[in-house]
Design a protein around this ligand. Structure first.
Ligand code: HEC
Length: 224
């Protein structure tokens, strides 16, 4: 019986230590997203030029970017061999990426909803790189991550304009990834608005019809 107690208290201690570690983990950074088309366009550019070296966004086509206000020419200017109608697939073949990093970097199309607090998570991830004592880069949020510091955050000094440039870049790319995770959000809101207006008008009309019908019924009753 005593032994069971000892085992139980050890387990309790371990659980306690575990939760203490969890609370000591990095907090996600605060993020105020700019959801304008301009911010998303800048984000698209960063994702295409930088992130797509390793990541794909298979649920989005380059042609979809016209919905952000980019022209076909502007989009084609950002591409190498890919075509306007293509899905946004990484320029590096899957085998090469698997070989280089030991795993295929995850698809980014739905990343903003795939992780808990996705937008804040991605923003914090790309702005949490630092140099370890041994000169290698690592990440506070994801220690030992196999992804290099793609935006060069660890090369910027705290408070410098270079750092705020990288932070702005990170913010814009998250705005873009929020859009790719739900590109129809805006259309849905617009449709929702018209549906509500329609329902209000319909309700008013039905109310008038009801009043008219009842007036007739009352009248015919009185006539009796
Ligand atoms: C040089 C290749 C490379 C580039 C460039 C790159 N990534 Fe990654 N990325 C990876 C690899 C590899 C992983 C898998 C990391 C792991 O699981 O250790 C990854 C994982 C991720 C993850 C998922 C982390 C998680 O929680 O599992 C996110 C989000 C991400 N990358 C975002 C980005 C963004 C945004 C950019 C552009 C600024 C970018 N990556 C550029 C290679 C890259």
């Amino acid at each position: 019986m005593k032994r069971v107690f000892v085992v139980l208290s050890v387990i309790a201690m371990l659980v306690g230590a575990g939760s203490a570690m969890a609370s000591a983990t990095v907090k996600l950074k605060e993020l105020h997203l700019d959801n304008s088309n301009e911010a998303r366009q800048r984000g698209a550019e960063t994702v295409i030029y930088t992130c797509m070296l390793c990541h794909s966004l298979k649920y989005v086509k380059f042609s979809d970017l016209t919905n952000l206000g980019l022209s076909k020419e502007q989009i084609l200017d950002m591409l190498d061999d890919q075509k306007f109608e293509d899905r946004m697939m990484s320029v590096t073949p899957v085998e090469v990426r698997q070989e280089s990093y030991g795993k295929v970097p995850p698809d980014l199309s739905l990343m903003a909803i795939a992780r808990k607090k996705g937008p804040q998570y991605v923003y914090t991830l790309v702005t949490s790189y630092y140099y370890r004592e041994d000169g290698e880069t690592d990440n506070h949020l994801f220690p030992g991550i196999k992804m290099p510091d793609a935006l060069g955050y660890s090369d910027t000094d705290e408070g410098s304009s270079d750092r705020s440039d990288v932070e702005a870049q990170a913010r814009d790319l998250v705005s873009f990834l929020v859009w790719t995770a739900d590109p129809n959000a805006e259309a849905r809101r617009t449709i929702g608005f018209y549906v509500i207006i329609y329902l209000i008008i319909l309700t008013a009309l039905l109310y008038l019809v009801k009043k008219r019908v009842w007036r007739k019924i009352e009248k015919s009753k009185l006539g009796h």
